[in-house]
Design a protein around this ligand. Structure first.
Ligand code: ADP
Length: 591
């Protein structure tokens, strides 16, 4: 009930005022009481000493009538005072200032305060009854007779006044307390309202709304509290803005990065995971409410589970993940530590190294292919040379046949090396094309003329259908010739005797399409897509026998692509092969 500051302030005010007024009230009432009692005592003393004693100084105390007479003569006393005369022999009341005193003749010891009577002295002996002040004097007259003068002061009126005063005082206290409570209510409101304001705005801040500001209405401690609150809010807002901008930058980097990233705590609960990670491992849904890390990575590589990493006692490392679709990922992991270097979890980064591995394999394959291609002619040359040196040289026939083999193999090596050099030049974009404008149909006619002997050797029927429209091409004539010649040579090589070879050119979409079609052995479906790869040959032995290097088509593809064109192949085993070369036409007009 008294939990709020407001009620506490009101209670404190109430108690302070109550205690202060109670102390003042009790003190004043006591002082009043003492004052009145002292006044009554003094008055009684004055009456006895100044009036009564002189009045009866020469009276015979044995003559009660005289005594009563003299006492009655005393000027009228205030109603609250009474003087009695008591005979010291029998303690009978013999006279009284009050004419109707019913005490006359009675035994004073029964009716008055016995202690006062027995202790009466010349100067008086005082004793209070409840509301009466009693004083007893022993008085000797001139005849040496003694009598007790007994004075009574009735204090009932005084006590009545005091009671009334108490009541008035009580009312004043009640009124003062009511005013205190009302004032306390308003004063406490002026203190608690700003505090309430700060509290409610602080709770808004706790809910994430940092736009809170309190109104400063004073420059006292409460005003300073408000100022500090406003300062704190703005600082907090700035700091949070900075943190959130840093966080969003980091999130953007993490979410946009090409590598997959996951951060987990020590139990395996996911702290952060980026879209690339989800994409790489093809995860449908990630449950962040359960420790799922080990389940996710464990099925690809057990060495990446938290348990395994902890057991191995390594803080960082790398593992390979092979996916079902043959993709290869490198998983690099490192412990996540806080400022105190305590391990708080693990960060795992996935890198797609499929392409890298592929290139690496291609490189290895290429080196192996080159070595193999060179090894065969070298072995042949070496063995033939050794045989010649061992004596075969003496036989002219054998000698010339061996030398022609050595010559053929040397040519093959030279071709291989020159093809490799050309490929290497193309890879490094060092091709110095001798660009010129030429007619493609004329070029094809020239090539056909050059290969005439080869066609005739294999009795091939050549069907040429050209546009005869002066289709002009801008490019390196020798290179384009190299490409067409290579394809035609292949057509001759891989088409049995008496086969048909078609050469067509046509204009299509600003391009010239050169089609070279044979009805030869064809290429199996599985090999068609790989025919342009370096050293790829459908039948290695056969190609080699025919003097092929397996590099011709890959060089052709390079040359055509660098001229902005395209080369494609369609083939069916046993039916034949068609190569199509598309090259951009040069439409500029000759001057
Ligand atoms: P090669 O020097 O071995 O001829 P290419 O790169 O010119 O090398 O050709 C690659 C392979 O493509 C050949 O080994 C051959 O198996 C196949 N090929 C090329 N042209 C034809 C064709 N017209 N018919 C059948 N196979 C062909």
């Amino acid at each position: 009930m008294f939990k709020s500051i407001r009620s506490k302030i009101i209670v404190i005010y109430f108690l302070l005022v109550f205690i202060a007024m109670a102390i003042v009230g009790v003190f004043m009432i006591n002082q009043f009481e003492n004052l009145h009692i002292n006044t009554a005592t003094n008055t009684l003393n004055r009456i006895v000493n100044n009036i009564v004693k002189p009045q009866i100084s020469n009276i015979d105390f044995n003559n009660y009538d005289d005594l009563r007479y003299e006492i009655q003569k005393i000027p009228v006393l205030p109603g609250d005072y009474e003087i009695l005369m008591i005979d010291t022999n029998n303690y009978k009341i013999v006279a009284s200032t009050k004419s109707d005193s019913r005490l006359i003749g009675r035994d004073a010891l029964n009716n008055l305060n016995k202690e006062v009577i027995s202790n009466s002295s010349e100067n008086g002996y005082m004793k209070d009854e409840h509301t009466v002040k009693n004083i007893g004097y022993i008085y000797k007259n001139e005849k040496n007779q003694t009598i007790i003068i007994y004075g009574k002061a009735y204090l009932a009126n005084i006590y009545e006044v005091l009671n009334e005063s108490e009541k008035i005082f009580l009312q004043a206290i009640i009124m003062a307390l009511i005013v205190t409570v009302i004032l306390g209510f308003f004063i406490s409101k002026s203190i608690t309202n700003p505090i309430k304001d700060v509290t409610s705005k602080a709770s808004q801040m706790a809910k994430g709304d940092f736009e809170q500001k309190v109104d400063i209405k004073s420059d006292d401690e409460i005003g300073q509290l408000g100022e500090m609150f406003n300062y704190l809010t703005s600082r907090l807002k700035n700091t949070l803005d900075e943190i959130s901008s840093e966080k969003s930058k980091l999130n953007a980097i993490i979410n946009q990065m090409g590598d997959g990233l996951i951060a987990v705590d020590n139990e395996g609960y996911i702290i952060h995971v980026n879209p690339t990670f989800i994409e790489m491992l093809r995860i449908n849904q990630i449950d962040t409410t359960k420790p799922v890390y080990d389940d996710i990575v464990g099925k690809y590589n057990k060495n990446l589970t938290l348990k395994c990493i902890k057991n191995k006692n390594i803080s960082q490392g790398s593992e390979i993940i092979k996916l079902e679709n043959k993709d290869i990922l490198r998983a690099n992991f490192v412990y996540l530590k806080n400022e105190k270097e305590e391990v708080k979890g693990l960060i795992l980064v996935l890198q797609d190294i499929t392409e890298h591995e592929k290139l690496d394999n291609m490189r290895k394959e290429f080196v192996a292919n080159v070595s193999h291609e060179l090894k065969t002619p070298i072995t042949t040359i070496k063995s033939y040379t050794e045989t010649l040196l061992d004596g075969a040289m003496e036989d002219n026939e054998i000698c010339s046949s061996f030398l022609s083999v050595i010559d053929k193999e040397s040519d093959r090596m030279a071709r291989l090396v020159s093809d490799l050099l050309e490929l290497s030049r193309m890879d490094h974009k060092k091709n110095n094309f001798n660009a010129s404008r030429f007619d493609i149909d004329n070029l094809i006619k020239d090539i056909v003329n050059k290969l005439d002997i080869s066609f005739k050797e294999k009795k091939h029927i050549l069907k040429i259908k050209l546009c005869d429209k002066n289709i002009m091409i801008n490019g390196d004539k020798d290179r384009i010739e190299q490409v067409i010649q290579n394809i035609l040579t292949n057509a001759i090589k891989y088409t049995p005797d008496s086969g048909i070879i078609n050469i067509n050119t046509k204009e299509y979409n600003e391009q010239v399409v050169i089609s070279i079609k044979d009805n030869g052995i064809g290429i199996p479906k599985k090999d068609v897509s790989r025919i342009f790869e370096r050293f790829y040959r459908v039948d290695k032995a056969r190609s080699r026998d025919m003097g092929g290097t397996g590099l011709g088509l890959s060089i052709a593809k390079h040359i055509i692509e660098q001229h902005g064109g395209d080369i494609s192949v369609q083939s069916e085993v046993g039916k034949g092969t068609e190569f199509k070369i598309k090259l951009p036409m040069d439409k500029s007009v000759d001057i």
